[in-house]
Write a protein that binds this ligand. Structure first.
Ligand code: ADP
Ligand code: ZN
Length: 736
């Protein structure tokens, strides 16, 4: 009898064996939202499309079933570098995986092919272009394929922003593997993309799993660009020593900002399509390997970024669409710890994009312009940012106040003298005879005296310099707000401002208007830990965290893998907080499974002990693991699975109680179930051999398998729990 499920009984995500695998290989005691459902579809062989936001834990949805199911799962992944990282990460977690792609040497390729043929690999990563080759068809012919997972599945869709022609070939997979289930994974949620993916991949009766698109661990801000460098400086001040990305619209701006940051003493690397491939690769790697924490980039810096501990993403200008914003800003906080996304923008950004996009010629171009306007609306809106974003993707937002955006923090104020301010602006539009654009009007109000203003005699107008004390961008913003509210319209190629009927009414004081301006905030608020918890640690714990990072960086570079493959920031934070002092306690930390405990356990324990002593931090004597939240049945399933894993490794009752944070009686219950399920037939290490033999002899003597007679016959020397365990083991011996 082997403790696993009988072959005709389908394995489900809830099965203890599965949670045990999650615990053993990844060190996670429970699923994240939607993971169980997604895993279940894969286990059931039901075609599916899984749409979860970045950081939602999509990879686990196919990696865990791949490990549990017989055969090899084929994972289609668009980028060679990410493929390597995934394989390294799986290997570090004790999951046999390999990749076949054009970057391999002949020898590596032979090795992977051989392991594949021998059925050793649970996952095989392939690139979409590689799949179409005769070599691959030949190689995969005799492989028992458990299922096919297509990562970044939106790349198959023309509607998506990352369309890749070679993804189009993936439809052919359906013909080669008519009986194998296929699953798509993406973070792009729009309905058009969704339908396109299902159709292009040829998914059948697709089970669609859609998670919430809210990213509660991200704090959003959007504010007018005034002095970009000063504004960036403030962001950097909030994120000292942490990783961040600054996105710019143009290559020239990337160079400028990167140089300016470097000049101010921040080590920042540029990244854009104009740099040579080699330079780009080097900069990306330096960032991924944590040799550099700041990257200034155009959107060309994208899919290949696999750094999960990006703590802020700043946009120096408007992104191209809400979808783009979601993607780019979404690169922050992939490790589920708190991160900040801040958007600096101005009306000029629209012009900059229009220049890049060119005159709209097709339906597609017009859609692109509409998307641009939408993201501009997002930037200027005074609606909760979390609400705006999830509503955009068709989801309801349940909270009145997200506790994690500039709007909800009250960082924008309504202008008291909005009517007066509007009247000044509107009358300036009238004074320039409704013949100039917003920029010019704002400059007149500001009191600028450049050639164009002098040439038209606009320095002589009564409205010249009327708003001299305000920032040009603020004036421009109020003009925008008046346009949005219908008091002004922009017309013609030059976007000339005209007064509307209601604009004239407002000028006479017969209408009302609301304008907003950013409030001066000394110290921006921090999110109220709505998400996965913060990175924020108190003094010495922060130092310990930095020591752990340094250790990880070194180890990662020794092994030629990105640091997160060793351990994620979330795990390092927990290590710095909990400071486990024993192997058992170490295993209670999320993200440390068996393989990693074996590989780094000793080093970590020594490092924790040394640094804790030095920093005057206490270490938990009683190996108390962070108690898992007991809110759900799944959490307790997770604890049970954790206990099973520990029993399997031969840990005793006390250790397992400490590890799972459960009462001794609960753990005894776990052990009894474990004994039954795994068919355990020998008492060690849970029961001394003599005790076991003694209970056996007494049970035979009193001809009873009930507890009380045995307990009494033994004179009360052996407690009920031990007797129960002994009997359970004996039952297994009898059944053999
Ligand atoms: P995605 O591909 O959806 O962006 P990832 O697969 O990179 O997300 O996972 C995001 C983070 O969540 C990773 O750090 C991963 O280790 C972690 N994670 C995945 N599954 C779990 C889980 N069940 N419990 C805790 N953390 C998890
Ligand atoms: Zn909000």
């Amino acid at each position: 009898m082997s403790g696993t499920t009988a072959p005709n009984q389908r394995l489900t995500a809830e099965a203890p064996e599965l949670i045990a695998l999650l615990m053993k290989h990844w060190g996670y005691p429970a699923f994240l939202p939607n993971q169980a459902e997604a895993v279940d579809n894969v286990l059931a062989g039901q075609d599916s499309l899984v749409i979860l936001p970045t950081g939602g834990g999509k990879s686990m949805c196919y990696q865990l079933p791949a490990l549990a199911l017989p055969g090899t799962a084929i994972v289609v992944s668009p980028l060679l570098s990410l493929m390597k990282d995934q394989v390294d990460a799986l290997t570090a977690s004790g999951v046999p995986a390999g990749a076949l792609n054009s970057s391999l040497s002949a020898e590596e390729r032979r090795d992977v092919t051989q392991r594949l043929r021998q059925g050793e690999l649970k996952l095989l990563y392939v690139s979409p272009e590689g799949l179409a080759t005769p070599y691959m068809v030949e190689t995969l012919r005799d492989v028992a394929v458990s299922f096919i997972a297509v990562d970044e599945a939106h790349c198959v869709s023309q509607w998506g922003h990352d369309y890749r022609a070679d993804y189009r070939n993936l439809g052919a997979l359906r013909q080669w593997f008519p009986d194998v289930a296929m699953h798509g994974f993406t973070a792009t949620a729009t309905e058009a993309v969704r339908q396109d993916v299902i159709a292009s991949l040829g998914l059948r009766q697709t089970a669609v799993v859609v998670g919430s698109f809210d990213r509660p661990n991200l704090t959003y801000r959007a504010t007018y660009r005034r002095d970009l460098m000063a504004q960036l400086e403030q962001v950097l001040e909030r994120h000292k020593g942490e990783a961040g990305i600054v996105y710019c619209i143009s290559r020239a701006e990337v160079e400028q900002v990167a140089a300016a940051l470097s000049k101010r003493g921040h080590k920042a690397l540029p990244y854009h399509a104009g740099l040579g491939a080699e330079v780009r690769r080097k900069h990306q790697e330096a960032f991924a390997n944590e040799q550099v924490d700041l990257i200034v980039a155009t959107v060309a810096f994208g899919m290949g970024i696999d750094r999960s501990n990006v703590r802020f993403v700043a946009h120096a200008g408007l992104p191209r669409s809400i979808e783009n914003y979601q993607q780019e800003a979404g690169r922050a906080g992939r490790d589920r710890l708190d991160a900040e996304c801040i958007l600096f923008f101005g009306g000029q950004d629209l012009m900059a994009w229009k220049r890049i996009l060119g005159a709209p010629a097709t339906e597609y171009d017009r859609a692109a312009l509409e998307k641009l306007n939408e993201v501009y609306r997002f930037a200027r809106s005074l609606t909760c940012r979390h609400r705006f974003l999830v509503s955009y993707f068709g989801e309801d937002y349940p909270h009145a106040n997200c506790g994690a955006c500039d709007v909800c923090f009250g960082e924008h104020a309504e202008l008291d003298e909005a009517v007066l301010m509007s009247q000044k602006i509107l009358s300036c539009v009238a004074r320039v005879r409704e013949s100039f654009g917003g920029r010019h009007v704002a400059e007149v109000l500001k009191g600028a005296k450049h050639a164009k203003i002098l040439q038209h005699g606009h320095d002589q107008l009564s409205t010249h310099g009327l708003l001299a004390e305000y920032h040009l961008n603020d004036i421009g913003d109020w003009i925008d707000q008046l346009v949005m509210q219908g008091f002004l319209v922009r017309e013609g190629e030059w976007q000339v401002l005209h007064l509307t009927e209601s604009g004239r009414r407002l000028m006479r004081g017969d209408d009302n208007v609301r304008l907003s301006a950013p409030r001066a905030v000394d110290k921006p608020k921090k999110a109220k830990r709505t998400g996965g918890g913060g990175v924020e640690l108190a003094g010495p714990e922060e130092e310990l965290f930095q020591a752990l990072r340094a250790w990880r960086r070194e180890l990662a570079s020794e092994r030629g893998v990105p640091p997160y493959v060793i351990l994620t920031d979330a795990t390092l934070v927990e290590l710095a907080r909990e400071r486990p002092a024993s192997h058992v306690a170490l295993m209670g930390i999320k993200g440390i499974g068996e393989s990693k405990a074996r590989a780094f356990g000793e080093q970590l324990l020594v490092l924790l002990a040394d640094h804790s002593a030095e920093l005057g931090l206490a270490q938990a004597e009683a190996v108390a693991a962070a108690p898992a939240p007991v809110e759900s049945a799944r959490a307790s399933t997770g604890q049970q699975a954790a206990a099973f894993t520990a029993f399997r490794k031969g840990l005793g009752l006390e250790d397992v109680a400490a590890l799972t944070g459960r009462a001794a009686s609960t753990v005894e219950g776990y052990l009894l179930e474990f004994i039954r399920e795994e068919g355990v037939d020998s008492p060690e290490p849970w029961l001394a051999r003599e005790v076991y033999d003694q209970v056996g002899a007494t049970a035979r003597e009193v001809k009873a398998e009930r507890l009380r007679p045995i307990h009494e016959a033994l004179g009360g020397a052996i407690d009920y729990g031990q007797i129960r365990i002994a009997l359970a083991i004996m039952a297994n011996q009898h059944s053999r």
